[in-house]
Design a protein around this ligand. Structure first.
Ligand code: ZN
Ligand code: ZN
Length: 415
């Protein structure tokens, strides 16, 4: 029989990797809560229409990468390729705007894109993201950028730099696109098929093209900032001023547009120089008209998302284990003491395991070491006392063993 493997582009995380995963997720939750963001959970699949009408038909995501299927009633459903569209849908469906005019949300969950698998990039990947919904204020753009930087720095990635651009608004977008087309017109035949199609349907998307044959033509591109309206200009300036005020060093990247159509004004990536060419760990931007375009009230918003898998490769994986007590005994008559003591320790928040096999002292010490237990305890054959192997082996009467261990072993911290 053929041996089963994970489907192409997916990955198993075994117990040696999951502590790092938990550390990243815990840190993200901690930082988000510090900024008063609350968690929202939406389904893994949605109506296909939601994604085509929000992300945009000319994007790589919608045109090439979605996992779309018909259910048994013939409804077209799609495994979510990103998080924001579903949150906009939930915001409208549950009329969140009636419950306050500013909503700070975060999410954690798997997303699906049929992409060519490469290092740190999978077809099922986990995204962690935030959405700041209800305000056009440039302070919100700066806040999510600063929050992202704080998160990555807390995780030990100290060389994070935000790269920013503005992609204009519905008023100035036609001007931006016209300038872009004028610039690219003479080299159009040298660009790839996708770029040629996008030249007519969605010129700004051309800047998403990562093909080596196309990117040289983008290098001397006219800066989008020369084509934006005054109001977009002021907005972008204020975002930069807020970042400056907070001492954030940033870079302007005039070719940064992000691969989603719903962005307007601020688009940004958080970049780590450690990552080589694909150096963004996090991307985001403002999407002022997404919610109204999907049928909701006018709700300007800004957010970001990052992929867990790419981050796993960057974060230091040395996580000290929580000290654990190991209880063993030399005589089967002491199994019940072993069993009950282990549970009493857990009731007091102390991480503990037992081994109900009457091994020799050496046998137990080997087992304890294999289980990474920091504090082996061996109940002696008489059942009267136990040897606790902390810094030096100490004999402790069984009657006071619990109190002794509670004193000795640290409490397992609440997640
Ligand atoms: Zn504008
Ligand atoms: Zn191209």
């Amino acid at each position: 029989m053929a041996s089963f493997q994970t489907p192409r582009g997916t990955v198993d995380y075994l117990p040696d990797k999951t502590p790092l995963w938990q550390k990243i997720e815990r840190t993200a939750r901690h930082i988000f809560e510090l900024y008063n963001y609350q968690e929202i959970k939406t389904p893994i699949f949605e109506s296909t229409d939601l994604f085509t009408s929000s992300i945009g038909g000319d994007t790589d995501i919608v045109s090439k990468e979605m996992y779309t299927f018909l259910d048994k009633k013939g409804r077209s459903l799609t495994l979510r390729p990103e998080g924001t569209a579903a949150i906009a849908r939930a915001y409208i469906q549950h009329a969140l705007h009636r419950k306050g005019n500013h909503h700070l949300l975060f999410y954690v969950g798997p997303m699906f894109r049929y992409e060519r698998p490469q290092a740190g990039r999978f077809r099922q990947f986990t995204q962690i993201g935030v959405e700041n919904i209800g305000s056009p204020d440039p302070a919100c753009d700066a806040e999510v950028i600063i929050m992202g930087i704080k998160l990555f720095k807390t995780l030990g990635i100290t060389d994070i730099v935000p790269q920013l651009n503005t992609v204009g608004c519905p008023i100035c977008r036609p001007v931006i696109e016209e300038r872009l087309k004028q610039f690219l017109e003479s080299s159009l035949t040298a660009l790839c098929g996708d770029c040629q199609t996008r030249f007519d349907t969605n010129p700004l998307r051309i800047l998403d093209c990562k093909k080596n044959s196309c990117t040289p033509y983008f290098s001397a591109m006219p800066d989008i900032r020369q084509s934006i309206c005054q109001s977009c200009h002021d907005h972008f300036d204020q975002v930069l001023t807020y970042l400056d005020t907070h001492g954030v060093t940033f870079e302007i990247n005039p070719n940064l547009v992000r691969g989603l159509d719903y962005y307007n004004r601020t688009a940004f990536e958080l970049v780590s120089k450690h990552l080589g060419s694909q150096n963004a760990v996090c991307g985001g931007g403002r999407y002022d008209s997404l919610i109204s375009r999907l049928g909701g009230p006018s709700s300007p918003a800004v957010g970001f998302a990052f992929g867990m898998e790419r981050l796993m490769a960057l974060v230091n994986s040395d996580i000290p284990p929580v000290p654990m007590v190991y209880i063993g005994c030399l005589d089967p008559n002491q199994y019940s003491i072993c069993f009950s003591l282990t549970h009493q320790l857990r009731d007091r928040g102390i991480k503990a395991i037992n081994h109900l096999d009457a091994l020799s002292t050496n046998g137990h010490l080997k087992r304890a070491s294999k289980s990474n237990a920091a504090i082996p305890v061996i109940i002696q054959a008489s059942g009267q006392c136990a040897i606790v192997y902390s810094s030096t082996p100490t004999s402790v009467p069984v009657t006071s063993l619990l109190a002794h261990l509670v004193e000795l072993a640290p409490q397992h911290p609440m997640m």
